[in-house]
Design a protein around this ligand. Sequence first.
Ligand SMILES: Nc1ncnc2c1ncn2[C@@H]1O[C@H](COP(=O)(O)OP(=O)(O)OP(=O)(O)O)[C@@H](O)[C@H]1O
Length: 285
Amino acid sequence: MEYLIEVENLNKTYPGFSLKNVNFKVPGGCIMGLVGENGAGKSTTIKAIVDLIHTDSGNIRVLGKDIRKKGKEIREDIGVVLDGASFHEILRAKEIGKFMGKIYRNWDEKYYQRLLKTFTVPGNKPIKEFSTGMRMKLMIVAAMAHHPKLLILDEATSGLDPVVRDEILDMFQEFIQDEAHSVLISSHITSDLEKVADYITFIHKGEIFLSEEKDRIMEEYGIVRCRPEDLASIAPDMIVGVSRGAYSCDVLVNQRERVKQQYPDMMINRIKLEDVLLFKVKGDK
Ligand SMILES: Nc1ncnc2c1ncn2[C@@H]1O[C@H](COP(=O)(O)OP(=O)(O)OP(=O)(O)O)[C@@H](O)[C@H]1O
């Protein structure tokens, strides 16, 4: 399998926070969601991947090359939207096209204009007059108009209404029909990722605790409701997290079928992606 992003043993320490031995790979032809609570380390991971911060240790390969050695070359083939990033307030979308055309060899002005039109981003209005959604759409359109192979987006769909979000997610899905393309997207909106992601990487307090095919997670994980006294009878290796109530417990397990066979009397339900994070974060408190 060909990987477009390979992160190996990445470590980065800030006062009061560390990314600890972060490992994950993004295969070609897929959308990977990076999910974690506020402050989990999503943006730090993404900034390390695009070589915007110094790291303490680890290896990062993007499109098969070391980003620290071949950054200039790799940047031609990636589109990046960072959390909170924006173009200068006085610029207009049409001026940004001209400016980006000077930066990227493959800048496609016609495609840029077409995307602006599709996503109703005004070409003639200064960015300071844009709504949050318009700003975000402009960033995404500008990241796509040089025909990158890889899109890396940090919280890029959060400010968008459901209709535009859907259109953008459709565009990402079309983009990855080419096996040489992939998208890495961090988001709090797990329902978006549930819809479009092929793989999910969960990060909590700077550590990756699960990086897996989404369908496999949805298929294999389950939530068991049991009495507190029955909890001890569930094999610990199956338990991912526990939410304790006064009279019952909800237990997130990673082998739904095994639980069903071993404990036919226990009620077991399917999960939503956010359950994995909720159980992990709450279980840790
Ligand atoms: N430049 C920096 N200097 C010091 N600490 C930093 C710096 N950048 C990030 N941090 C810290 O690293 C931790 C992780 O931040 P990061 O922005 O990666 O989280 P996140 O998962 O993207 O969160 P959010 O969802 O809130 O954007 C936080 O505790 C943050 O305060």
